[in-house]
Design a protein around this ligand. Structure first.
Ligand code: ATP
Ligand code: PRP
Length: 221
């Protein structure tokens, strides 16, 4: 009997919900629902496997430092906050959305985003935004926000936003429209590189099970 154990970092909400079927495919069932509990460490039906519930943007940090052996993180988080030092074997094709530039309906974005123009952009993703507009030759003043980006152009904080869009309902409800694609987003399995070696026997079947369960839309990368 192995004395090793596994810690899996997940965020509450859509990633947790969409990861449940993958965990089930690997035979792992949480004993509690993080939405119903204030606990940050949740046991599973395996005594040696536990879940830690962290902010979505903190998942790579927990895994990088080995506080969790693996986790699931959005590509937005991995590009913006850095996926270096992490093994990323699988695109799970969950929590799919698009990062877009959006503006108030009727705003002449084509004219305002000519090379040499200057735009004020509110976003949670300043690095991705800076790179996107630098490639277009458009100067941007970036205002970092932590949420509710859609509000910024409505109250004069910015001309535009760079945010995630799925159904488009949030933009529509706030009189905004998506005008430019930045990058497609889905969530990836991120694994601690040392754990991959030292806990290979425990990790490998789980990675394989996740890969098969996600096969319809997932891909080893
Ligand atoms: P934090 O709590 O750290 O601010 P968050 O609020 O972005 O993070 P979630 O809303 O749970 O956390 O999003 C987790 C991940 O899900 C994001 O990093 C992104 O990859 C993806 N995501 C975000 N919004 C959507 C959406 N509307 N549809 C599908 N996937 C999304
Ligand atoms: C995300 C994103 C948008 C919304 C887009 O927010 O920041 O506001 O989803 O989804 P839609 O196109 O389907 O409307 P989220 O639901 O994660 O809220 P939060 O950023 O406040 O956590």
């Amino acid at each position: 009997m192995s004395e090793q154990n596994l810690t899996i970092a997940l965020s509450k909400g859509r990633i947790f919900d969409e990861t449940l079927p993958l965990l089930a495919a690997a035979g792992i069932e949480p004993v509690e629902d993080p939405e119903q509990s204030r606990k940050l460490i949740i046991g599973t039906n395996h005594a040696d496997i536990r879940l830690v519930i962290v902010r979505a943007s903190d998942v790579p940090t927990y895994v990088r430092y080995g506080a969790a052996d693996f986790g699931i993180a959005g590509r937005d988080v991995l590009i913006e906050n850095g996926g270096e030092g992490l093994y990323q074997p699988l695109d799970l094709q969950i929590a799919k959305c698009r990062m877009m530039v959006a503006v108030p309906q009727g705003f002449d974005y084509a004219a305002a985003s000519q090379p040499g123009c200057r735009l004020r952009i509110a976003t949670k993703y300043p690095d991705i935004t800076a790179e996107h507009f630098a490639a277009k030759g458009v100067h941007v003043d970036i205002i970092k926000l932590y949420g509710s980006m859609e509000l910024a152009p409505l109250v004069g904080l910015s001309d535009a936003i760079v945010d995630l869009v799925s159904t488009g309902n949030t933009l529509k409800a706030n009189g905004l429209e998506a005008v430019e694609h930045v990058v497609d987003i889905s969530s990836r399995l991120v694994v601690n590189k040392a754990a991959l070696k030292t806990k290979h026997a425990l990790l490998e079947p789980i990675i394989q099970a996740f890969g098969s369960a996600a096969k319809a839309g997932g891909a080893f990368i």
